[in-house]
Design a protein around this ligand. Sequence first.
Ligand code: C5P
Length: 220
Amino acid sequence: TPDRSLTGRRVLVTAGPTVEPLDPVRFLSNHSSGRQGYAIAAALAARGADVTLISGPVSIPAPAGVHRISVQTAREMLAACETALPVEVAVCTAAVSDWRARDMAPGKIKKSGDGPPSLELVENPDILATLCRAPQRPRLVVGFAAETDDVLENAQAKRLRKGCDWLVVNDVRQGVFGAMRNTVSLIDDNGVQNWPEMDKTDVAEQIAQRIAAFFADPSS
Ligand code: C5P
């Protein structure tokens, strides 16, 4: 029989890139495909969870049974997350743009004889850290991290800085963006678990199973 152990649990998942406009035709963004987050949303929904998937623009369809909210910017993504509260679980897989243009130019920025324009950037809100500090903090908050150097040291520091319960790290030296497979480690209060390379759908299954186990026995 299928595992329906997350029936009725409210979960929010962020996924995909954010897109930050510079002017009406140009933007700042990144190569996130949304695949890992979509697979997690699907695996949780398959276990009966009530999943809100807050997604930047991606080219993959919303998984069956998931309520997808499409957003563009980091600020829109944060607002959609806050609207989705209260939830019991938040899984933040989105590749949120760290910066946005301080002002969006109202018209297309023109080339001029004086060389390229300079862009003034400002920092975007950190959605994961904001959820971790929210008065309605989800019981379980899962973050992701892509690291290229000192992978585990940086990831452990990041988990504490952001305040999430679990941090799933991928070593992106091998190139994970848009790929079907992923090699991750999971960091929690008990330390680091290294998982073997597997399909992103299997990473999603493992995470969903672990979330189900957490609710079955929160002390485990
Ligand atoms: O700091 P870094 O971008 O490496 O952190 C990655 C984690 O934080 C991911 O879970 C990502 O979804 C989340 N994040 C966020 N808002 C940001 C930056 C990152 O939610 N502005």
